[in-house]
Ligand binder design. Structure first.
Ligand code: ADP
Ligand code: MG
Length: 220
């Protein structure tokens, strides 16, 4: 198995608070991981740093052999757009745009052919049963529909690393199952690495690879 992500002694402080105190872990290509840990243990901080949304206070992150610290802000933006798919508990769909425009946004930002991505988005929407949502605004959708549209947007450019922070935290048990199955299927289809942070035991059981974070370090 090939390594996709290597995190070494990763640290992140916010003023006096140490959110990460030397986290070390490796993620392999095409594998699916669950991350668990108490609230405040540093899970979201870890995902944010992996996604290039923020920079560490110490330690290293290599993704596909590249040291993220060497990226300029512009390169980090491109990395986020092309390499990372991010799914949060609450969607960040733009309220002023219909869902189709929302899901095509990463392609527009990344100067990727919108026509090509559009076909994929339509296929995904059909597969997920949300074609009827594409012409609607996010507020017109149910929570489960919003999260499916959100996921389509996150993976529309086939990112190699899909990072999900409590993606089912606001869903009922029916939609939770659907969203987890969907993430797993999509990630295997695109041969991406999937990382899911969850508090839900039932979700966690569906992942053979587990990480535990405690007080800002990975313990196993
Ligand atoms: P988790 O996702 O495991 O609940 P977080 O990574 O969100 O934990 O937070 C870890 C610690 O860092 C917490 O004490 C939290 O309050 C703090 N923290 C996280 N982000 C910030 C921030 N932007 N500013 C200040 N403190 C933060
Ligand atoms: Mg969190």
């Amino acid at each position: 198995m090939k390594e996709l992500v290597k995190v070494e002694n990763l640290k992140k402080s916010f003023g006096k608070i140490s959110a990460l105190r030397g986290a070390t872990l490796t993620l392999e290509e095409r594998q699916q991981y669950v991350v668990r840990g108490a609230s405040g243990s540093g899970k979201s901080t870890l995902l944010h740093l992996l996604a290039g949304l923020d920079r560490p206070s110490g330690g290293k992150i290599w993704v596909a052999g590249k040291d993220l610290a060497k990226y300029s802000d512009k390169e980090l933006g491109r990395y986020r757009n092309q390499f990372i798919g991010l799914v949060f508990q609450f969607h960040f769909l733009l309220p002023s745009m219909d869902c189709l425009s929302n899901v095509l946004l990463p392609a527009r930002i990344g100067n990727v052919s919108v026509d090509k991505v559009k076909q994929k988005v339509l296929d995904l929407a059909a597969q997920l049963g949300v074609v009827h949502c594409l012409g609607k605004f996010p507020y017109e959708l149910s929570g489960g529909e919003q999260q499916r549209i959100n996921i389509i947007r996150a993976i529309s450019l086939e990112p190699k690393l899909i990072l999900c922070d409590e993606p089912t935290g606001s869903l009922d048990s029916d939609n939770t199952d659907k969203v987890v199955d969907l993430l797993k299927d999509l990630a295997s289809h695109t041969e991406s690495t999937l990382v899911v942070v969850t508090h839900d035991d039932k979700v966690a059981r569906q992942f053979p690879n587990k990480f535990f974070i405690q007080d800002g370090v990975v313990v196993n």
